[in-house]
Design a protein around this ligand. Structure first.
Ligand code: NAD
Length: 249
């Protein structure tokens, strides 16, 4: 059995792509995901290719007790968790004055407290092994901003700061912490927002304004993640690696 990796929110989009890639790289992948059907489906896709995957569905990363239970289950079934990809996230669009406290709190709970709970649950395994890799999926909007997303952008900018601070603290233990901020990746989530006109243009129009002339694919993020969690990336920590076709650089 290879090293065990947890990918949160891997039932869809970018997380699904990362889970497939890490499984192909030899990791035993645990899909910790809110949607139990999607979690099982992705685990089954991976196992059908002959790789190791387990689904832990029905887990809300914003709930510390659920996160701890999920991590404990993965540890018992698959061994210590040495890789964590904090990918689960939500994104909504609201004019600033229409943001309610509930919406603000939910955004921060999933996108920022979720990674915090997940890291606290797995870092002891990594520290004991003297080796660990954490990759936080943030958003290029942490740098550029995005209209009608003050709540989302605040959560993702927080995640970038969290990444940098944690990297300083965990480096001596052999644990690296980096962030990948996606820009415009063709996932169900992004298509839905673009179709509703929330990005100020169609997917094709955005692609035409991107230097490499296409939207990002989950595989693009997965390739970068694969490198960051490898042994070879041991001297890279606290970094923000833009995988964005040349947008927002
Ligand atoms: P997606 O909606 O396709 O997938 C997100 C997955 O996370 C879903 O399977 C969902 O069920 C799961 N999830 C949601 N809330 C959860 C919770 N509370 N607990 C556990 N799982 C939960 O999204 P995506 O486009 O693949 O985005 C993945 C990540 O990348 C997100 O953090 C998102 O903010 C970030 N991102 C995406 C883009 C893009 O262009 N697609 C751009 C910038 C940032």
């Amino acid at each position: 059995m290879g090293r065990t990796a947890i990918v949160t929110g891997a039932g869809s989009g970018i997380g699904r792509g990362i889970a497939h890639r890490l499984a192909a790289d030899g990791f035993t992948v645990a899909i910790v995901e809110l949607n139990p059907v999607a979690a099982e489906q992705v685990a089954e896709e991976i196992r059908a290719k002959g790789y190791a995957a387990t689904a832990v569905g029905g887990i809300d990363v914003s709930d510390r007790a659920q996160v701890n239970a999920a991590v404990q289950r993965v540890r018992e079934e698959c061994g210590p968790i040495l890789v964590l990809v904090n990918n689960a996230g939500i994104a909504t669009f609201k004019k600033f004055l229409n943001i309610t406290d509930d919406l603000w709190d939910r955004m921060l709970a999933v996108n920022l407290s979720g990674p915090y709970y997940c890291c606290q649950a797995v870092v002891p395994d990594m520290a004991e092994a003297g080796w660990g890799r954490i990759v936080n999926i943030s958003s290029s909007s942490w740098q550029s901003g995005q209209q009608f997303q003050t709540h989302y952008v605040a959560s993702k900018a927080g995640l970038v700061g969290f990444t940098k601070a944690l990297a300083l603290e965990l480096g001596p233990a052999g644990i690296t912490v980096n962030t990948l901020p996606p820009g415009f990746v063709d996932t169900p989530n992004m298509r839905d927002a673009a179709d509703r006109g929330l990005f100020g243009g169609t997917v094709e129009e955005h692609a035409a304004r991107t230097p490499v002339r296409r939207p990002g694919r989950p595989e693009d993020l997965a390739a970068a993640c694969s490198f960051l969690v490898s042994d070879e990336a041991s001297y890279i920590t606290g970094q923000v690696l833009g995988v964005n076709g040349g947008r927002n650089t």
